[in-house]
Ligand binder design. Sequence first.
Ligand code: BGC
Length: 710
Amino acid sequence: MTLEQKLAQMSQYGTSYLMATAKDDVTGPARALGLNGEQVAAVGSTLGSAQAADVIAMQQNHLANDPNKIPLLFMRDVIHGYRTIYPIPLGMGATWDEGLVYDCCRMAAKEAAVSGIQVNFSPMVDLVRDCRWGRNMESTGEDPWYNSRMAAAMVKGYQGDDDLQGKYDIAACVKHFAAYGAAESGRDYNTTDMSEHTLREYYLPAYRAAVDAGVEMVMTSFNALNGIPCAGNSRLAADILRNEWGFDGVVISDWNSFHEMVNHGYAANDRDAAEKAIQAVTDIEMMSTCYLRYMRALIEEGKVSEEQIDQAVLRILRLKEKLGMFENPLRATSVEEEAKYCLCEEHRALARRAAEQAAVLLKNDGVLPLSENIGSIAVIGPFAACGMNGWWSCQGKTDESVSVAAGLRAALPQATITVAAGCTDGLHDPLDPAMLEAALDMARASESVVLCLGEQEGWSGEGNSRADVGLPAAQKELLRRVAAVNPRTVVLLFNGRPLALGDVIDAAPAFFTMWQPGTEGGSAAANLLLGRVNFSGHLTMSFPYHVGQAPIYYNSMRTGRPKPGDDSTMGYVSRYVDCPNAPLFPFGYGLSYTDFTYGRPTLSATQIKRGESLTLSLTVKNTGKMAGSTVVQLYIHDPVASLVRPVREMRDYARVTLGAGEEKEVQFKIDEAMLAFYTAEGRYEAEPGCFRVWAAPDAASGEALSFTLL
Ligand code: BGC
C-alpha cells in the first residue's frame, strides 16, 4: 500500500459523502472536503449508511475502484435499536436486567447486520451526574459499578458470544473516552476538569469494563479533560488505554474532533492536530482530513514514523479480517433478511417487554391500575397521540411506533378513548386557551385521564442540554387544570433525562416515566396502566426537586458539616435554604403495584481477614396481591479512610421476582475486592477497618450493618 492508501484507510467519511462519487469524478460533499479520487477509492470506512441495497452497491463500487481491493467498513450509531426501537439507554438502565439488555443488543445487531452495518458506535458508557446534559439519555446512569455491568452486557450483546464469528455479530465501539459526561454546567461539548482520583474511581471504570469485555473499538471524546482535548490526549489514549489496559483494537476520533483541537486552542492548525492525534495512537479520523493532508509532511520532517502509520493500518485491517470482510465483503448484508427481520413481530415483542420493564412508577395514590372495565379515558397532552422513539433512533420511524392513544384503543376496544393535545410542548409557547378548554371538557367527561407530558425527543441527545429540567410552564398549567377537573388523572412522562418535578408532584395522584420507550411504547403503556403488567423499573439517576441541585448523585462525598436529616432547618451546615438536599426520587427508586417487605439483613461474620468473604442475607416478601419484581440493592460505605469516601456505593444487586405472598432469601457475597478504592497512595486496595453495608430498595433507605476488615 502507498502512504496515501494507508492514510485513506485511517479516514472515515459519511456515506452520503462517498455515495455519489466515482473514482474519476469526485462530487458533492467529498469534493467540498477536498478529497481526491485516489483517496475516495481507498477510503477505509464510512458512517451512516441506511439500507442493505445501498451498502451492496457501495461495496461493489468500492471494490471495483480500490486498487488494493480492501473492503469498506460500514459503521453507524445503533444506540437503542436499528429499525425496531427499544427504550433509550437511560430507560434500559432502569430495567436492572442485564439479560434483557443483552437480548435487545442482539436484536439491534441482527437488524443492523442484515442492513449492512458491521461496526456500532455503542455503548456510550459516560458517567452522568448532571440532569441538564442532553446525552444523559445515552447513558445507563450515575453509578460507575452499575454502568460497568451494563457496558459488558451491551458489548457482549453486539459482538456475540463467539468473538464476532456469529453471522449477525457486529463490532462494538465504546465511547466517549473519556469523561465526556462531566461537561461543566451540563452543557454539551463543554470542558471537563477533575482530579486523577475522580477520573479513575468514577469515570474510567465503565470504559475499562467494555475493554475487558472485548470491545473492538474505542471512540475518543469531544471535550478537553484537564486542559487537553481527548482527541489528542496521549495520557488517556496512549498511556491509560493502550499501555495500562492493553487495548489493541482500533481507536477512532469523534466527528471532526481532530480539527476541533484548533478551536480548543490546543493545536495551532490541522497539521499540528494530526501530529497530536497520531501521538495519542488514534487510528481513524472521523470526518476531517488532517491525516490525509499533513501526515506525509510530518513523516518527512521526522515527527511521525511510518511504523506508527503501519501499526494503525494493521489494527484496522485486523478488524476487517476478524469480521471476515476479505472473504465476504458484504458479510450479513441481505435485502431479503432486512425485510424479514427489521420490525418483525418477535422484535416488536422484545421491544414491548423492554419498554414495560424500563418504565418507573414514581407515585401512585391508588388511582392505578385502571380498571379493565373502565368506560372512558381521555388521553391528553402534547405526546398523547405520537410515537416516541427518542433521539438516536437510527432507522426507527415515528409512524411505525405505537402512541399511547393507539395502545389504549387496541387494549380496550370497548372503551371510549378520546384524545386532545391540551397544549403544545410549551418550550416556547404559552398555553392556548382554546386547546386547554377542549382538553378540560374531555377530562370532565371521562372516568380517568392519562396525561402525556414531558420532553420532545429533541430536547435531549447530542447538543441538546437544558438549563431548566422541569416541565415547561404551559405543561404545568395543563397538569394543574386537568387534575383539578378530574382527580383520577395519571401523568405519563416522556423524558430523556431526570426531570425536576418538585413543583408538580403534588398536583396529581399518579406519575410514571416511560423515558422515550420506542416502537412499542404505547402498547407497553396500556399494559402498565391496566395492570396487565406490573411496574418493575428503578431509576439509575436521581430525580431532583429543582435544577439548582445539579449535579446531584447518590454516591456523593461526605462533608464536614452534613445536614442532620432532611427536615432540619439548622444553619451552618451543607444545605439549601429553599430546597432539600436529597433528590425528590433517589437512585434505585421505583414503585410497584404490589408491596415488598425487606426483612432485617444478617451478616455471616462481623470480621473478615484479607482474602476472605462474608455473606449478607435477607428475606424479601411480596406482601401484596399481584406478582412483581423488586431490585434489592447492596451498598457499602467505608467510614474512615485515607481519602473521604462517598456516603454509599453500589456493589451488587439482585432483581427478584415473587408471586403474591411469596418470599425468598437473597444473599450477597461481600469480598475484599468490593471494598477497594484508589487510596491516598494511589493504590487500588481495601483499607482495613470498619465498613457499613445496606441491602435496600433504593439508595436512600435501609438499615446499615457493620463488619470489620482486619
Ligand atoms: C457523536 C458520536 C457519534 C458520531 C457519529 C458524534 O457527533 O458524538 O457519539 O458516534 O457523531 O455519528
